[in-house]
Ligand binder design. Structure first.
Ligand code: ZN
Length: 201
C-alpha cells in the first residue's frame, strides 16, 4: 500500500469539502502563484463548533497568522495549528467573497462565482447550513492595513509552489476554495492543490 498522499486539484473559481481526522495534516499549494484559497471548518460531530477569526486573532495578538499559530473555534478549542508556511501573509479579517460582495463593492450584479457559494454547496453535502459559514481563513490573501484603519486588497505574495501546512487538532469537516474575486487574485483565476497526510485514514 502506498502511503504517498494524493494531491487533489481545485479548479479555478470552485471549491470542495472533506473530512480530516485529528493529527492529519492539510497541505495547500498555490500551483501557479498569486491565488487565494479560502478555508473554513466545523467540528465533525458538533457543527455548532466552527472556526473563529475573532478568537484566533485575539489569542495570537496579531492579524497575520503564520507558522506556530493556532486557529481556534468559537469554543476556544484549537482546530488547526499552522506547521509550515512559505509565504507568511494570509488574511483572517474578511468573509469569503459572495454574490453580494460583487454587487456591493464592485456594482456588478451579473451572476459571479464566489467562495461563499462554493463553500455553501460543498458544505451542503455534509448537511451544514450556509448561514453557519463565518469568516474564512483566506490563505495567501494579502490585505494591507494602514495606520488609520483603512485597508487595501493587494496581489498575493505567493509564488508558484508556495504552500501552507495545517495540522488538524480535532476531527473536522473542512471547506476549501480557489477564490473567485478578481482583486484578491491579481485579476486571474488559477487552481489550488491540496493533499491530506497521512492519506490512509
Ligand atoms: Zn473568494
Amino acid at each position: 500500500m502506498s502511503l504517498q498522499p494524493v494531491v487533489q486539484r481545485i479548479a479555478p473559481q470552485s471549491g470542495t469539502a472533506f473530512r480530516m481526522r485529528a493529527s492529519q495534516t492539510l497541505v495547500v499549494i498555490d500551483l501557479e502563484g498569486e491565488q487565494v484559497a479560502d478555508l473554513y471548518a466545523f467540528a465533525d460531530g458538533d457543527r455548532a463548533e466552527s472556526l473563529s477569526s475573532g478568537r484566533s486573532l485575539d489569542y495570537a495578538e496579531t492579524i497575520y497568522l503564520t507558522t506556530g499559530h493556532t486557529l481556534y473555534s468559537n469554543r476556544s478549542r484549537p482546530m488547526f495549528t499552522i506547521v509550515e508556511d512559505t509565504v507568511g501573509r494570509h488574511d483572517f479579517l474578511l468573509t469569503p467573497c459572495s454574490q453580494e460582495t460583487f454587487s456591493i463593492i464592485y456594482k456588478e450584479n451579473a451572476p459571479h462565482p464566489s467562495c461563499f457559494a462554493n463553500l455553501r454547496d460543498a458544505f451542503a453535502a455534509f448537511n451544514i447550513a450556509a448561514d453557519t459559514i463565518g469568516t474564512t481563513f483566506n490563505i495567501f490573501m494579502n490585505v494591507a492595513l494602514e495606520a488609520d484603519g483603512s485597508f487595501t486588497v493587494r496581489p498575493p505574495l505567493s509564488k508558484a509552489d508556495d504552500r501552507i501546512v495545517f495540522r488538524a487538532e480535532m476531527d473536522l469537516i473542512v471547506g476549501l476554495t480557489a477564490c473567485s474575486a478578481e482583486m484578491s487574485n491579481n485579476y486571474s483565476f488559477k487552481p489550488i492543490a491540496f493533499s491530506i497526510k497521512p492519506a490512509f485514514h
